[in-house]
Design a protein around this ligand. Sequence first.
Ligand SMILES: O=C(O)CCC(=O)C(=O)O
Ligand SMILES: [Fe+2]
Length: 725
Amino acid sequence: MSLFLLMITVVGAVPLIDLGPFRKNKGDVEGVASAVDAACREVGFFVVVNHGVPEGVLRRGWRAIETFFDLPTAEKKKAPQMSASYPYGYSALEGETLAAGAGEQSLPDEQSLPDLKEMFSTGPYDPPPGIAGPRYPALEGFEKAWHEYYVAMEGLSKLLLAVFARALGLRDDYFGEFSDRHACSLRALNYPSQDEFGDVSGRLRASPHTDYGSLTILRSGGPGLQARNRSTGEWTDVPFLRQSHFVINLGDLMSRWTNDRWVSTPHRVIFTNSSRRRKRWWRRRRGGGGDRRQSVAFFHNLNPDANVTVIDTCVAPGEDPKYPPILAMDHLMHKHRAATTFPPATGKKLKAVRALAAAGARRDERDSEFEASASPDVVREIQALYRAGASTRELREAFIALETREKRELSASVSPDERAELLAAAARMEAEDTPAARAAYRATYCRVRDDVKLRDKLSKVADEGLEAAWREADDLERRGLPPQDVAAELRRRIPEADLRAMDELVERPVLPAAQKEKKKTSTASPLERGFLENSGLGRRRRRRRRRDEKEVPPRGTEARAVAMLVASRLAVSEPAVAEAAVAEAVAAYARLRKAPHVADMSAIFEASAEAAARLEETDRAAGFVAGVVRRSLPEREGPALHAPVVDFMLEVHARRTAGEDDARLKRDVLAHLERHGPGFLEHMAACAALIEALQEHPILETKDHLIRSTLLDHYINNNNINNPH
Ligand SMILES: O=C(O)CCC(=O)C(=O)O
Ligand SMILES: [Fe+2]
């Protein structure tokens, strides 16, 4: 006990938790869960002891990793490498900027510089579909030691998730179903001694970031890890106690899952001034720099197809969840891409910058070399600095900062196709390294960048137009204007300039040539497709959350529903389509005024669904149908479960539409239903009845076949399913 108290004092704000009682189911088991709950609410970090991982496993893993990092760089480059298609393997110094994954948060310049670390990682040894299996360096004993360590971390993460479940008032195996085909990754990190870099002022070993997944189990070989204090914003040291203890911290997905009841705290790794003793020890061992730091992190990631929907016990009665559901994989890949220095050509460009900086003679030649390898904006700024007499080092750092910033902006907005195109061009440049290949790369880069910029601009116009339309509709309605006039007024008020901007958008060929084939076979009209793909209502990731809110069928007044329809149709700017949609919306609105609330909302959604179906917008049609269901359920069943039911149905629908195998879907559906107990089933039955009624509707006949076959036939008519709860 006294040792425990002493430890708490030692670790300060980051609590130390003894997992023994929970692991052995003996003693103060509940105390462990409540200590974890408190740590996760307040700090997002804690240190565990008595975790049950054998010392031998830790030691063997640690040594194997150390041996690998000790190899000369040329040897390490022979190991499997991290690339666009393989997100694991070896990544050399400056291969990642963790702070870039922080998304829209703006960070001071120095934090945009790549991290001074190298790493090696693998994913799961028994990977789920779509995840690459592990590849190892050809180093005697490495694979065995690594695998053994991975398995031990897998076990410890299971234990921690059981504690988490208990802490959240759920049954202990709650998280099991989300992680039985997990995508956890094990990552070894090596932070070379600062002696290897010379001046490291303004540089970080790992820039500020939050982890992405559910939880991280970290073992480190020394101090340097800092977490940001939530109330003061200051960086505080995460205590380094002993190597055999693990630091546990939460990732963004866990914080989202718990509706922010638990926090994922920003952290970073800094250079520390090693004690003289430590330096001596290192020097004796390696004859080199005094403060190399090694750590091993196990990032727990859920099943890629886990649907992360805010946990019920984390939402107070009467409150709405803060986040829409998200697939674990979508969340993870978004973060990973933003953090990875991209495209992977920094080394060559740096050479060009150095050449430029060293240039006294033959400047023109050096300039053209440099210009071929960076974007015009970056070139302009670097040249200005050069003319202003900046030193080589200043130029180099400015260059990295500019590039990183530009790419971070780009990374958040490029489409998967554009990304693939860019990476292919970068790979060609890497392989050929000729002026022609560099120029081709630059052309691709600039074109994509310009397209992204244009899209950003236009979608902002579209978003703003929509928001303004909503506000104005409210306003007009309050002033008692009849619905037809509301619509007409809205039509009049959408500025011509916005419509023109939309025209420009849809006329511009934004898809690469390879995509054009696909585009032709799509049944949507070019205008619709352009609008959906490129506007704020389309697939842009950066404003995904805001967009999600808008795509949910309107929750506010009916006038909003009309306004949304009117505005979105108008934004398409094909007059005939727009007029028809307006007429439809107005008719629905008029009908709605005469009938009771729920039925009328159903009417407007139905009309909208029809309009959407006619425009070949399957997703939007399905969304509107969901709106009918959503609107109707509260009246019948009470609000508690309707949203998850509908979301689940839509998810199944989407997976089916995406061509997923029926047998597997059915299995998932059954498993899901069994898990969620009788309440869910009743809601499902109510939903199904409604959908059955709607099934008469022409759009559902073909498009929602799945909901009928899987949910209705298989479930509602099947009374023999054993429900465990
Ligand atoms: O090395 C460390 O101590 C922390 C590394 C880290 O936070 C990460 O890689 O996510
Ligand atoms: Fe981290």
